[in-house]
Design a protein. Structure first.
Length: 269
């Protein structure tokens, strides 16, 4: 396992940075199946903001404490206590801000999913750049059973699915899918036996840490933009992005290293 260099706990969130630059953000409410209350959402947002300022961070892993649940969604006891439209707006805006923070993060974000990833937790898992699931993982949007709808998290989920019919099936029936079906639908990147989940995660983080941080950042930006614009505009945008990418110091260094048959020395910025 990776050796931890820093470990701090702020209420419901753990923020750990390894010596190799892997930041692990843990939702630390295991007794509540890592449910999202207002304080947890605020701390998640602050954790991603801290990551953006932390020069050591090369890769971000988002996980839940324990293996019973990645995140079971909103804390319904807190949700039921809201007494105005404005407090409800603040609560639901929290999940939107966290999703936006994940997308804006320059480092790749990997969701490590073990157990339940339901409702808002499903949204967070799917919103990550990579979603690695153990075979015991369960994805779903069960809100309709309690008279709610997963409307905010439908945005990243629809982006991942690319299918109105599949999204309607998940939202309007509330059915749950296992890890293998999640991969086939596009909700997860890959599914592995539970015993191999951490090994698969470490293999991916190690691979990403070997790559250029600046090129990873540009690649993430390009793909997210590509998914939101029409085809002819996308071709023009991607042409400009590859021109920009090809002139970066890391691209020049990567080509030199390839021709000289050596390992590239990436810039840290």
């Amino acid at each position: 396992m990776l050796t931890r260099e820093v470990e701090t706990s702020v209420n419901h969130i753990l923020y750990d940075v390894s010596a190799t630059g892997v930041l692990t953000i843990t939702i630390n409410r295991e007794d509540k199946r890592n449910a999202l209350n207002a304080a947890t959402l605020l701390e998640l947002e602050e954790a991603f903001a801290s990551a953006a300022r932390d020069a050591r961070v090369r890769v971000i892993v988002l996980r839940g404490a324990g293996d019973r649940a990645f995140c079971a969604g909103a804390d319904l006891s807190e949700l039921n206590a809201q007494d105005s439209i404005e407090t409800s707006r603040r609560q639901f805006d929290g999940i939107a801000r966290v999703i936006q923070a994940m997308h804006r993060a320059s480092a790749p974000v990997i969701a490590r999913v073990s157990g339940y990833a339901l409702a808002g937790g499903c949204g967070l898992a799917v919103a990550a750049d990579f979603t690695i699931a153990g075979e015991n993982a369960v994805f779903g949007l069960p809100e309709i059973a309690v008279g709610l709808l997963p409307l905010i998290v439908s945005a990243p989920i629809y982006r991942a699915l690319g299918s109105r019919k599949v999204l309607l099936d998940l939202v309007l029936t509330g059915r749950r899918v296992d890890a293998r079906e999640a991969v086939s639908l596009g909700l997860a990147t890959r599914a592995v036996p539970d015993a191999e989940l951490d090994h698969e995660l470490e293999k991916l983080t190690s691979q990403l840490c070997e790559l250029s941080p600046s090129i990873l950042r540009l690649g993430k930006e390009a793909i997210y933009t590509l998914c939101e614009i029409e085809y002819d505009t996308a071709l023009k945008y991607l042409r400009e992005m590859i021109v920009l990418t090809s002139r970066t110091q890391d691209a020049l260094e990567g080509v030199r290293a390839f021709t000289e048959k050596r390992k590239p020395q990436w810039r840290s910025d």
